[in-house]
Ligand binder design. Structure first.
Ligand code: ADP
Length: 408
């Protein structure tokens, strides 16, 4: 029982004993001393009892209010974005993502050395002065094109949590959207300006000369058709994008679709339709797809081969079963081909190798972007191979409706 007595308890007991002895010395009466000793001990026991109760209550409260869970290191390591815990300006903790971005050495360093970025240094200096800061953008941290949003929140006293949120992708998507709107506006404005110019001239005296009038009206019609093609392609693109997460469900006979598209294009592009040769394996498996979108894909690929292939050379369209439940579609031409450095960018909206040539052939610059989106929606694969001076071969892999019909 004596084990539980604290040093302070022993001191109090000593004082009680000394008090009792003093009472005896002063009064010379044992009874007075005994009463004084008993009273002191009772007071001591009561005080000790109250203290134990208070401690038990405090422990119960601490248990109730404590946040259960792992240690803070484990918790911040589970966060995928870089996080730093600062004590003053020192990095007390850096989670795994922060160590990957800034280096393993950052823990323990001054945060302004750990994040070597001018904007971050200025931000953290203000933070150290105790000023609340709105988030800032850091460009080039970890890589030239990388963008981070940096934000800090005060925890307690001088501890702060600094978070870096990766904004690289959202910035790229926003830039793509802005560029797309700018390009689309430019593509629409050019033929529109031309139409307005010719119509104004026709309204003047030039409109009275029948030859000039006929020529100008033809140009106006061509430009209006160019706008129409552009608007149609823009609408197709937005429809395909809107359907992106809705898998296609038609049962499509690709061979039949190829026949239809080849027939529809027979008279297009200066009679190049007669150079189309079809090589469709008999009994080609059916596809699960979107018939309208696959027809558009064929129009765009065969149309490009007709436009950019050399006049008089064959345009070969093949469809055959491939391994792993896929059907392979190939459209190959013998044209000037495309230099390798352009290949990765061909499916970007409005990307053209030769803008003048594309426009003069009626191109919108959206054909291959549409093809790419159709292939993605069909969970297929697209490959464009080209040799300058020899020609271009576009391969599209599409999923058969019943993969079991194709043996690998
Ligand atoms: P466009 O409407 O300009 O044809 P596309 O998106 O269909 O747009 O194609 C993008 C660019 O890729 C074209 O402008 C052209 O420069 C190039 N291209 C596409 N297909 C071929 C091909 N079969 N042969 C050579 N160049 C091609």
């Amino acid at each position: 029982m004596l084990d539980g007595i604290t040093p302070r308890g022993w001191l109090a007991a000593g004082i009680v004993a000394v008090t009792a002895m003093t009472a005896y010395a002063l009064s010379g009466d044992w009874q007075v001393a005994t009463v004084s000793l008993a009273g002191g001990l009772v007071a001591l026991l009561a005080a000790s009892q109250m203290r134990e109760e208070r401690e038990a209550e405090a422990a119960a409260l601490a248990r109730e209010t404590a946040v259960p869970g792992p240690a803070i290191e484990v918790a911040i390591d589970a966060i995928i974005e870089p996080v730093l815990l600062l004590e003053g300006t020192r990095v007390a903790l850096a989670n795994r993502a922060a160590r990957t971005l800034l280096g393993d050495h950052v823990a323990g360093e001054d945060v302004r050395t750990a994040i070597r970025h001018p904007a971050a240094v200025a931000y953290l200096a203000e933070l150290a002065n105790g000023k609340a800061q709105p988030p800032i953008e850091l460009v080039g941290l970890g890589g030239l094109s990388q963008r981070w949003e940096m934000r800090a929140s005060a925890l307690d006293g001088h501890r702060r949590l600094v978070q870096l949120i990766d904004r690289t992708d959202s910035h790229a998507a926003e830039k793509m959207r802005v560029d797309f709107v700018a390009n689309a506006s430019h593509e629409l404005r050019t033929p529109l300006a031309s139409i307005i110019g010719y119509v104004e001239t026709l309204a003047d005296e030039a409109g009275e000369d029948p030859d000039i009038r006929a020529r100008f009206l033809r140009i106006v019609l061509d430009e209006a058709k160019r706008i129409e093609r552009l608007v149609e392609d823009l609408m197709s693109l937005s429809r395909i994008e809107a359907d992106k997460f809705r898998p296609p469900s038609d049962t499509v006979d690709l061979g039949e679709l190829i026949d239809d598209v080849a027939a529809a294009l027979a008279g297009a592009h200066n009679g190049r339709g007669r150079d189309i040769t079809l090589h469709v394996t008999p009994g080609l498996p059916m596809l699960t797809g979107d018939a309208v979108q696959l027809s558009q894909l064929l129009h765009n690929l065969i149309g490009n081969a007709m436009k950019y292939g050399r006049p008089g050379t064959p345009i070969r369209v093949e469809a055959a079963p491939a391994a792993a439940g896929m059907v392979r579609l190939v459209v190959a031409d013998q044209g000037d081909g495309i230099a390798a450095d352009h290949l990765p960018r061909l499916t970007e909206r409005f990307y053209r190798v030769d803008a003048g040539r594309s426009r003069s052939l009626g191109g919108t610059g959206l054909g291959l972007a549409i093809v790419k989106h159709v292939v993605e929606r069909h969970r297929g694969r697209l490959d464009i191979a080209s040799i300058v001076g020899e020609g271009t071969r576009v391969t599209v892999m599409l999923r058969a409706a019943d993969p079991a019909v194709i043996l690998s």
